[in-house]
Design a protein around this ligand. Structure first.
Ligand code: RB5
Length: 144
């Protein structure tokens, strides 16, 4: 599975940990930056990752900022993107099973790295249920 990842300064440290975990698990990861804790603007990283996922160049995307909020707001502007700001394991699983979420947004200042890694593991391995009612709802999002 090819994964695109990006962060702002508030998510940089967590992003580096997530990349280490993903590479260890043999995922193909492309890092879209940022590359330090120097202050920057989350849309500059959210849009390139979201565009790459919307264009299906990557199966999934991961975006990390301080809260995960700015990244999710930005990524969801693009058609075909279903970005979710996840803080617990229930939402990690549900967002995949029901929403076929393709971008995971995490808050580096909001949750521990340990929880973030557990969320990521669940989110990556949970398949979309494929149920007709969920497909119908997702189609309605893209039809707008
Ligand atoms: C940056 O200070 C912070 O606003 C950003 O990382 C993010 O949390 C925005 O939602």
């Amino acid at each position: 599975m090819k994964i695109a990842i990006g962060s702002d300064h508030g998510g940089f440290t967590l992003k580096e940990k997530l990349i280490g975990y993903l590479r260890k698990q043999k995922f193909a990861v492309k890092d879209f930056g940022t590359y330090s804790e120097e202050s920057c603007d989350y849309p500059d990283f959210a849009f390139p990752v979201a565009k790459a996922v919307a264009a299906k160049k990557f199966a999934r995307g991961i975006l990390v900022c301080g809260s995960g909020v700015g990244m999710a707001i930005t990524a969801n502007r693009l058609k075909g993107v279903r970005a979710v700001n996840v803080n617990n394991l229930y939402t990690a699983r549900q967002s995949r099973e029901h929403g076929d979420a393709n971008i995971l947004c995490l808050g580096g200042r909001k949750i521990t790295a340990k929880l973030a890694l557990r969320i990521l593991g669940v989110w990556l391995k949970t398949p979309f249920s494929g149920d007709e009612r969920h497909l119908r709802r997702i189609r309605k999002i893209d039809q707008r």
